[in-house]
Design a protein around this ligand. Structure first.
Ligand SMILES: *Cc1c(COP(=O)(O)O)cnc(C)c1O
Length: 384
């Protein structure tokens, strides 16, 4: 019975152009990819600074394994919190300007842990409509009254906050929206948080390492201080090139999360070799102006190159450059045609993005060359 049901639902996904298939990479993460023996240029990864396979990170990971072994052996609160983790947390706090930072195994787990630790029954959550799935799922775990405001709409959020009788209030937003590449109006959000005595949780998965002075992230981009009602979440598997995530905030908030975030408490601490690689990564991020400069040059090249074509780019100032297609099958068809030309660009479809807004999500990295971006431009011009 359950098999027949699943079978017919899988068939329905296929018919709707919504089935997702994996491709197995035969090379490490980078612009040069190989799948089934075929060479491709990949525009898929979130490895914005090209650090995932950087020799310095590889060496730090190997040295970390030699010094600390591979496994941490237990959760942080039992005996899995090794010096490598402690050092990284201190570096992350210093880098972001907050009093303390707490490591999580992934960004998904960080959000799932942070949000229900901060709010519960009787409280109120206000979330941008385009927030990442992990924030949406996190709200489901809270039992708080939750409302979604139209994307980046401060006036709508203000009305919701003014009308709320929630005990504690929490505003949730991506800093850089993962499927659109635009920035949240963080100064306005923080001003509303101050005015309505709310917390503001900023998920900077796509800004950390990329935006702001020395890659310190979206808060730095807007010159926002480490305000007490700000809770900053950054992920470490994107620009930082490894894996994991952290939350940085006021010391009391971090202490509370350490006591209450279930995805922090009830999971094995991540491998210490990852923490060692990340310490090296933070160093490269801080010194990474040349990498970021290359990235912004490529972003400008792509946007200028498509300006006089029929392809509609969203107004994104970041490494995420979506080309809106609309129809699911059409998005798949164009992604397929690019793939035939040796260019790998993911077609992003619902439920990841709203129905009718299927898109090619081009993501650029500092490791791409101008020539590789030209190849993508030429192919898109041809297909237009
Ligand atoms: C990728 C992403 C996450 C999840 O982070 P992982 O470390 O990959 O689990 C959370 N929030 C946003 C906005 C993301 O883009």
């Amino acid at each position: 019975m359950i098999w027949e049901e699943l079978h017919s639902e899988l068939d329905a996904l296929q018919r709707a152009g919504l089935q997702r298939n994996r491709r197995t990479l035969e090379l490490p993460c980078g612009p040069a990819a190989r799948v089934d023996g075929r060479s491709l240029i990949s525009f898929c990864s979130n490895d914005y600074l090209g650090l995932a396979n950087d020799p310095a990170l590889v060496e730090a990971a190997c040295a970390g394994a030699r010094a600390w072994g591979v496994g941490s052996g237990a959760s942080h609160l039992v005996s899995g919190h090794l010096e490598a983790h402690a050092v990284l947390e201190q570096k992350l706090a210093a880098f972001t300007g907050f009093a303390r930072a707490l490591l999580f195994s992934t960004g998904y787990m960080a959000n799932l842990g942070i949000v229900p630790a901060l709010v519960g029954r009787g409280d109120a959550v206000f979330a941008d409509r385009l927030n990442h799935a992990s924030l949406i799922d996190a709200v489901q775990l809270t039992r708080a009254d939750s409302q979604r405001y139209p994307h980046a709409d401060l006036a709508a959020l203000e009305r919701l906050l003014a009308a709320s009788s929630g005990r504690r209030k929490l505003i949730l937003t991506d800093a850089v929206f993962s499927m659109d590449g635009d920035l949240a109006p963080l100064p306005g959000l923080l001003a509303l948080a101050e005015r309505f005595d709310a917390w503001l949780l900023v998920d900077d998965a796509h800004g950390f390492g990329v935006l702001g002075r020395q890659g310190r992230g979206s808060l730095a981009h807007f010159n926002l201080p480490a305000a007490r009602r700000l809770i900053y979440m950054g992920t470490l598997g994107k620009a930082a090139g490894a894996a994991g995530a952290f939350v940085a905030a006021d010391a009391t908030v971090i202490e509370w999360l350490q006591q209450r975030a279930r995805t922090y408490i009830f999971t094995t601490a991540s491998s210490p070799l990852i923490a060692c690689a990340l310490a090296a990564s933070l160093h490269l991020i801080g010194d990474g102006d040349a990498r970021r400069g290359r990235l912004w040059q490529l972003v400008a090249q792509l946007r200028e190159g498509l300006a006089d074509t029929r392809w509609r780019l969203l107004p994104s100032p970041t490494a995420i450059q979506p080309v809106i297609i609309g129809d699911n099958h059409e998005a798949l068809r164009i992604a397929g045609a690019l793939y035939e030309r040796g260019l790998w660009v993911p077609a992003i479809r619902p439920p990841t993005v709203p129905v009718g807004s299927a898109r090619l999500r081009v993501s650029l990295t500092a490791a791409h060359s101008a020539e590789q971006v030209d190849r993508l431009l030429n192919a898109l011009r041809e297909l237009a």
